[in-house]
Design a protein around this ligand. Structure first.
Ligand code: G6P
Length: 464
């Protein structure tokens, strides 16, 4: 049933919304932009009239904002029961689905799909249903609904039942697991996930590789994809925004501080990530350590600038990983550091302006994920770096499909290979490096977020 107030013509649904609120000690609420590629891509929704972004309240700050009726225009935050949200987000989405698609399990001991998993799965269903119901209540007749990511995999199917009139799209910002890995999930759960996504008119991925993996799963488990169209929409960087933002005074200030910390005449290897298991930060540090060990000519002449911002800290495995990143960085600094040279400059507190300052300074960008849906940092650094930068890029990042030819490609598990790649990148002749940087920048901006969003919307509507 379409309610009288249902007016939204375009709806987006995602777990994380465009802003997060934090509650300060004095009781005021501070709004901050949400992190990750999904929020970057969806920022284009702002240009659509009669659009609504439905997201979850994610912490005490967000919940308080909902209670006080504080919010952004065009954003509906759902205050889902905290325990249900935690089971769905921490338990299923981030500890199961994220692990499956990024192939992160240490398989002799995990995963274990037991009673506790089934309990959390019930919460995942409840949480998906809350989104489906909110969307059903807010969407105008025939509206387009773009559902995002693995948190909301059941929403398309649920929404289809509630509102058959809607045009429904789903977008996965992650990789999709190869069929043998996906089949670790209990059969009924695997089927429910696939059927949930196939409830959409179009289900979309960042690269052909992930789309093909999804189709293989559907073919093997369900015999096909039914009438659902499969789309591929790569996502690029927002060049205008980034270049302008990177030259604001707050970035200049941080650039000066970083230069001071690095010391004059030194090359930089820059990485910026959430402290995320799939980003492979520890192996990046190990490769850097091996570089210093085996090619002593780099000692005192290079600094590894690693920004690793806190992520999913409710999960012990993420907290442990953060500790390990810090431990290995400290170890390198005590083994090799000298009075005037700190080999690793590691920052773990989120600061967007400082990230942009590091982008500007980069001689080498290190992007070596184990697996990654796309990885926007690989696209952003070459755009912003002042001297042009050589990109060391994992072949397992979605961005490799577009950027691979102009990058130094690495196997993310191969620490020695990565150390060699860092050396090759650091010694790349200037003319070669600027040629690559120019081509990387062109490729990185070929699919700006606005286009990514509007192309999907058009395709969804045209299929009507
Ligand atoms: C990835 C996911 C997004 C998620 C982001 C940040 O990019 O695809 O859906 O929002 O990571 O993770 P978080 O758990 O903090 O939302």
């Amino acid at each position: 049933m379409v309610s009288e107030h249902a007016a939204a013509q375009v709806l987006v649904a995602s777990n994380r919304g465009p802003v997060t609120y934090t509650l300060s000690e004095d009781g005021s609420l501070d709004a901050r932009r949400g992190g990750g590629g999904l929020v970057s891509g969806l920022s284009a929704i702002g240009s659509e009239a009669e659009a609504l972004w439905v997201c979850a309240a994610l912490g005490d700050g967000d919940r308080e904002a909902v209670r006080r009726g504080v919010g952004e225009p065009g954003v509906l935050m759902l205050d889902i029961d905290e325990a249900v949200h935690s089971d769905a987000y921490n338990g299923i989405a981030n500890s199961v689905l994220w692990f499956v698609h990024h192939m992160l399990y240490q398989t002799p001991l995990e995963p274990v799909f037991d009673k506790e998993f089934r309990r959390q799965w019930a919460s995942y269903e409840t949480y998906n249903r809350a989104f489906a119901e909110a969307l059903a209540a807010q969407a105008a007749e025939g509206a387009a609904v773009l559902v995002q990511d693995y948190h909301l995999a059941l929403v398309p199917g649920m929404l289809r039942e509630l509102r058959p009139d809607l045009r429904i799209g789903h977008f996965s910002h992650t990789p999709w697991a190869p069929v043998d890995y996906f089949r670790m999930l209990p059969d009924d759960i695997a089927e429910q996930l696939l059927r949930g996504l196939l409830g959409a008119d179009r289900t979309c991925f960042l690269t052909r590789r992930w789309a093909d993996a999804f189709v293989s799963c559907c073919t093997e488990l369900l015999g096909g994809t039914g009438g659902t169209a499969i789309g591929v929409h790569g996502l690029g960087a927002d060049a205008d925004f980034l270049r302008k933002r990177a030259h604001r005074p707050d970035v200049d200030e941080r650039l000066a501080a970083l230069r001071e910390q690095i010391g004059p005449g030194r090359k930089t290897i820059v990485r910026v990530d959430r402290t995320e298991l799939s980003k492979n930060i520890v192996r990046g540090l190990l490769a850097y350590r091996q570089l210093l060990e085996t090619r002593p000519e780099w000692r005192e002449r290079v600094v590894h600038v690693a920004f690793a911002y806190p992520s999913r800290q409710d999960l012990a495995v993420y907290r442990d990983y953060t500790v390990e990143v810090q431990r290995v960085a400290d170890e390198i600094n005590s083994a090799y550091g000298t009075e005037g040279w700190t080999p690793v400059v590691l920052h773990v507190k989120d600061d967007f302006a400082r990230s942009l300052a590091a982008y500007r300074l980069a001689d080498v960008a290190l992007v070596n994920p184990i697996r990654d849906g796309m990885n926007l940092v690989a696209k952003e650094i070459p755009l912003v770096s002042e001297a042009g930068c050589a990109l060391v890029l994992s072949r397992e990042a979605g961005a490799h499909e577009e950027l691979g030819e102009d990058a130094v490609t690495v196997n993310p598990y191969d620490v020695s290979g990565t150390a060699d790649a860092l050396h090759a990148a650091l010694t790349m002749p200037d003319d070669e490096r600027s040629r690559h940087t120019e081509r990387l920048a062109t490729a990185a901006t070929a699919l700006p977020p606005q286009k990514w969003f509007l192309d999907q919307l058009r395709a969804l509507r045209e299929g009507a």
